[in-house]
Design a protein around this ligand. Structure first.
Ligand code: ADP
Length: 609
């Protein structure tokens, strides 16, 4: 269907193009015809006026000559040879002066008696021209005019004549002037166009093209032939007939003449010369005009082709550009849409994240709050539990101390001071134990509101060691400390952190006491965003069954009086207060390892390491 449509379009375009070319051809032909017409018209005007001028020069000459006494005398009988000879000379001179062809004088019977060409072999003298119209017209008393091919000379001429009257006033003869036309005709040759002159019978009398001479442009009907023969206009010359085809094209008269070289078409302009009875024709060859028109059409088609090609190329470029722009616009729009969608997604995700972060923050702070509250609540709960334990822990030493005091008094009364001193020593140690409990309880019940500081771990460790050293020595534990250089400071309270270390180191000493290997090692490392201080021992370690409970208050596996079960519980709470943690791990040798997770003072410093 589309192909059919395309074919129809192509056909229509071809038809349109053909129409356009035909129109262009018509216009170009009209233009060149009109141009040729103008040229031919001016040629025609000039030709006619030149002919008119040429003939007019001689028009009055016969009348002037006829008045001359010499002519009259020549025609008056009897004929005088001397007079005739004088007249001949005179006529010869006059011809030379007037530049006419010939001047000659005829008697009333038409016989020529004197002529300017008397000396030439083809002289008119002795010839009878009574048959010529110019003779009869002059003899009738008027002026004669005629054009014809000379019967004697065979030279074409225009004849003017006038009657010569004798002394008695009667017409004694005729004087005639023959005007040559050959020069004028010769001037028409090789001018790019043809000029010809026809007589009333349509016979070509003067022609720039010799082949057309004495041929009829009109059909040579018997009437016309008879009219020519009567006056012997063309002497005995046979008349030919030209194959003529006339037609009109775009308002111009065209004439086709068939000659030896085939038919040739001309643009024809004509003008009549009424006095001479002539029709002057100017013929312009149309083949040349048509060639020019075709050239113009070819140039037009070429230009049209170029314009169409340029138009097509421009159109294609425009189309391609438009297509590219459309594609780019579409791509841009898609990109923008994608960017917008992605941005919206991101914004949504971002908002959600922000919401989640806010939620997390809220949760975290709630958790912290809860944790703090829980820790505090735990402490209070522990205090409740402790009250019961305390009554036991304190009443027992109190009762024991009382017993020791009672027996000490008895022993003093007995004078056994040594044993009394021993008892007092027992009392003192019981007091020490109770003081220790009291000190621990102070820490348990207090809510940590001291601000945290940046602490140097080695310094805090030294502080703790001064307290715990006697206990380590007592247990004969071997302590190794290996802290890496450049350890960052940690957040915490100096007294509380050293208390934790004292607790853990004391536990380690307890664990290794009486064992063959009694090694305690203190190391530190950075893990994630924490500083981890580990205290590992070569003790028996914490059995998995109780690992969960060792951080509970008053949980102890030590014999009664040896441990309160508060150390780890308090230590755990202290580290939680610092934002850190206390964790139990298994040391490489199977012993217990307590890890103090602490926050470094400046996270930036950590990151730099
Ligand atoms: P106490 O030392 O008064 O018992 P703690 O809270 O300090 O109270 O310790 C609780 C329990 O944890 C101890 O009784 C002990 O069973 C266990 N424990 C603590 N440290 C160690 C250790 N280094 N090795 C083995 N067990 C330990």
């Amino acid at each position: 269907m589309a192909r059919l449509w395309m074919a129809a379009m192509a056909l229509a375009a071809l038809a349109g193009l053909a129409g356009l070319i035909a129109l262009a051809d018509r216009l170009a032909t009209r233009f060149y015809l009109a141009e040729a017409h103008d040229r031919a018209a001016s040629t025609l005007r000039l030709t006619v006026s030149a002919l008119d001028g040429h003939l007019a020069r001689f028009q009055v000459l016969p009348a002037l000559l006829a008045d001359d006494a010499r002519l009259r005398a020549t025609l008056s009988p009897p004929a005088d040879p001397d007079r005739i000879a004088a007249t001949n000379r005179w006529l010869e001179e006059t011809t030379g002066t007037a530049q006419s062809s010939d001047i000659y004088v005829m008697r009333a019977d038409g016989l020529t008696v004197a002529a300017s060409n008397h000396a030439r072999p083809d002289s008119f003298v002795g010839q009878n021209f009574a048959f010529r119209p110019y003779f009869t017209q002059a003899m009738a008393g008027g002026r004669g005019e005629f054009y014809a091919l000379g019967t004697t000379s065979g030279v074409r001429g225009y004849y003017y004549s006038a009657p010569v009257r004798g002394t008695d006033g009667r017409i004694a003869g005729v004087v005639a002037v023959k005007v040559g036309l050959d020069d004028i005709e010769a001037g028409w040759r090789d001018r790019g166009y043809h000029i010809l002159v026809t007589d009333p019978q349509g016979v070509v009398f003067l022609s720039s093209e010799p082949a057309w001479l004495y041929s009829g442009l009109l059909p040579l009907t018997p009437d016309r032939l008879a009219a020519s023969r009567a006056v012997r206009r063309y002497a005995d010359r046979p008349l030919g007939e030209l194959a003529v085809d006339r037609r009109q094209e775009q308002g111009e008269a065209l004439i086709a003449l068939t000659g030896a070289e085939g038919a040739q078409e001309y643009l024809e302009l004509t003008q009549t010369m009424p006095q001479a009875g002539w029709t002057v024709h100017v013929l312009q060859d149309t083949a040349y005009l048509r060639g020019q028109a075709r050239l113009a059409v070819a140039a037009f088609v070429l230009l049209l082709g170029v314009a169409l090609s340029v138009g097509l190329i421009l159109w294609q470029r425009r189309a391609r550009l438009a297509e590219r722009i459309a594609l780019q616009t579409a791509a841009q729009a898609e990109l923008e849409a994608r960017v917008a969608a992605r941005t919206a997604d991101l914004a949504r995700v971002n908002a959600q994240l922000e919401r989640e972060i806010a939620g997390h923050r809220a949760t975290e702070s709630a958790l912290r709050r809860t944790q703090r509250d829980l820790v505090q609540a735990g402490k209070l709960a522990a205090l409740g539990q402790m009250s019961a334990a305390l009554s036991h822990e304190i009443n027992q030493p109190l009762a024991a101390a009382r017993n020791y005091a009672d027996s000490a008094m008895i022993l003093i009364d007995r004078g056994d001071t040594a044993r009394a001193r021993e008892n007092v020593g027992q009392i003192l140690s019981l007091i020490d134990r109770m003081a220790t409990i009291a000190r621990h309880l102070r820490h348990v019940a207090r809510k940590p509101d001291q601000p945290l500081q940046d602490l140097s771990l080695p310094a805090v460790l030294d502080e703790a060691l001064t307290i715990v050293r006697p206990r380590l020595d007592q247990a004969q534990a071997r302590l190794t400390i290996d802290l890496p250089a450049g350890l960052p400071a940690v957040r915490g309270g100096a007294v509380r952190l050293s208390q934790v270390l004292v607790n853990v180191l004391t536990n380690a000493a307890d664990a290794v006491q009486d064992l063959p290997r009694r090694d305690i090692s203190v190391t530190a490392r950075i893990e994630g965003d924490h500083v981890v201080l580990s205290v590992a021992d070569t003790g028996p370690g914490v059995p998995a069954a109780i690992a969960e409970r060792i951080f509970d208050p008053f949980f102890t596996t030590k014999r009664v009086g040896a441990g309160l079960g508060l150390g780890l519980s308090i230590s755990y709470n202290i580290l939680k207060d610092f934002g850190g943690d206390l964790r139990l791990a298994t040391a490489p040798g199977g012993g217990a390892e307590f890890q103090l997770w602490l926050r470094p003072s400046a996270p930036a410093a950590m990151a730099a390491q």
